[in-house]
Design a binder for this molecule. Structure first.
Ligand code: ADP
Ligand code: MG
Length: 228
């Protein structure tokens, strides 16, 4: 599914020391895996996710996504591949305000000529257990429900890969457990899941834990897959 080799990214601001956000990171992730990217704040996790999600390009190194060398693709081709292949989930949910759950889920379909967008969005909401909240506005939902809507939105294009950046960072521990449970259900149905966390407890719910420190990959281990 994913093969990155010697990926480097350095941020250079004028008059400041360069920040080596990624230092020669190499990683191979197979279809169907559930991988946690673990590391303290500032270790390069979001930078890595932006690369994996085709939102940013590395300074050097290569990235093969489903066998395609993404470094050779134009912005337009990247956007198309991203829309078709990847669903994103963020810490702060990023739902549109004053918009219903169903409309939020439908958003990614506005950019593709899919048939039956409403039916597909309803099925995605059902998959996250929120059929009964379809007409609620974003602010009428709890944090956990908002994150479920965001996950349904990530699922609506039936992506091969879900990328989640600190998806439980804004949630209490009970809700966190429910969202992590949902990710394992999605993964069990065949979708590759990669989530970022700074918590070892959260990371332990994945099958594999990749640890970053100061932009470098320092360990890659099998996890127990037991829920926090
Ligand atoms: P994490 O997600 O693990 O907290 P990030 O990938 O966001 O870490 O950041 C890694 C390092 O790169 C940090 O030191 C951060 O300050 C720096 N960084 C991230 N984005 C930028 C940017 N756009 N410009 C300059 N420095 C950045
Ligand atoms: Mg981050």
């Amino acid at each position: 599914m994913i093969e990155i080799n010697q990926l480097c990214k350095t941020y250079q601001k004028q008059g400041e020391q360069p920040v080596h956000a990624l230092r020669a990171v190499s990683l191979r992730i197979e279809r169907g895996e559930c991988v946690a990217i673990l590391g303290p704040s500032g270790s390069g996790k979001s930078t890595l996710m932006n690369m994996l999600g085709l939102l940013d390009r590395p300074d050097s190194g290569s990235y093969l996504l489903q066998g395609r060398n993404v470094g050779e693709l134009s912005e337009r081709e990247l956007a198309k591949l991203r829309n078709r292949t990847i669903g994103f989930v963020f810490q702060a949910f990023h739902l549109l305000p004053r918009t219903t759950a169903l409309e939020n889920v439908q958003l990614p379909l506005l950019y593709s000529d899919s048939d039956d967008p409403v039916g597909r969005s309803k099925r995605a909401l059902a998959a996250v257990g929120l059929s009964d909240r379809a007409t609620h506005l974003s602010h009428e939902l709890s944090g956990g429900q908002q994150q479920r809507v965001a996950i349904a939105r990530a699922l609506v294009n039936e992506p091969d890969l879900i990328l989640a950046d600190e998806p439980t960072g804004n949630l209490d521990s009970t809700t966190q457990g429910e969202i992590l449970e949902l990710f394992s259900t999605i993964n069990a149905r065949g979708t590759t899941v990669i989530f970022i966390t700074h918590s070892r407890e959260v990371a332990a719910t994945a099958n594999r834990i990749v640890t970053l420190r100061d932009g470098a990959l320092i360990s890659d281990e099998l996890a127990t897959g037991v829920h926090a």
